[in-house]
Write a protein that binds this ligand. Sequence first.
Ligand SMILES: Cc1ncc(C[n+]2csc(CCOP(=O)(O)OP(=O)(O)O)c2C)c(N)n1
Length: 322
Amino acid sequence: MDIEKADLLRLYHFLKLTRRFEDRITALYRQGRILGGVWTSNGMEAISVGYACALDKDDVIAPYFRDMGAYIVRGITVNRIMAQYFGKKTGVTGGREGNVHVGDINLGVLGYPSHLADNYPVAAGVALSFKIRGERRVAAACTGDGGTSRGDFHEAMNMASVWKVPVVFVCNNNQYAYSTPLSLQMAINNVAERALAYSIPAETVDGNDVIEVFLAMKRACERAREGNGPSFIECRTMRMHGHSEHDAAKYVPRELLEEWKKKDPVIRMENYLLSNNVASQKDLSDIDAGIMKEIAEAEEFAEKSPLPEGEDAVKGVYATPV
Ligand SMILES: Cc1ncc(C[n+]2csc(CCOP(=O)(O)OP(=O)(O)O)c2C)c(N)n1
């Protein structure tokens, strides 16, 4: 499968935007200007950017908390996400909380409910509705390696396979579930082996290569749209920050981090674009300048936005407003 220049530049744009945006959020967190916690995808941005860019506008995603790239690709603006972190009324949840437990059904992003792997059965259910209605749409969900050890994951995989629904299950295998290394939570080396038990076609890809993730996702979507059911994509990567920004990740050997630093997905994509003459250094600098401006404006927007009114807290909680 070939990849077009426009796709390459789009992938790069979102990759760099996700890195710069989360870096800024981390800095703001350290300055005490963020409400709540910050869980970044540092080092793993290629996964959420790659899978989200491969989808069509009408498709639906059920992301998890480390999928910042997917939120942005789907059109949840950095303004809204920044305001979310500041707990402002203009944030995605209207100031009800301060992190990325968010969604926007109008943009085909299902709200993330926090319970790991719960988004898998939900995506399978959405995909079932596409199948029943005869629509050529795809649902996608992502979870971490730890999430695949939960029952919800296995129930979703089983039913999605039996019913042959158009869903793509993505897993970021970043080798740690919080502080638990893979070897202490599963007796296999490749998470993709779990898919075999459900007769779901699976691929293991380099999760630090955004093009590889994108192309694997394109293949899986094509299979789903043709009526051939679910696929599973394991993306191998490493989480380069702590589980969240309050965690120094002392349990991860430094040599392992050094090794993965050399595989940084953003630098890799930059090198690819330059060495294949897809973009010049000036093009990349221009993209970066635009991104920095967008982020600075988002910060200003969030700072100037009002806090929510108290009575807003009960709105949207019950089907019948109280
Ligand atoms: C059912 C459930 N158990 C525990 C938690 C608390 N928790 C949040 S993230 C996390 C680790 C997740 O590890 P993994 O699935 O590998 O994803 P990663 O954070 O590495 O991207 C845990 C234990 C939770 N959110 N849901």
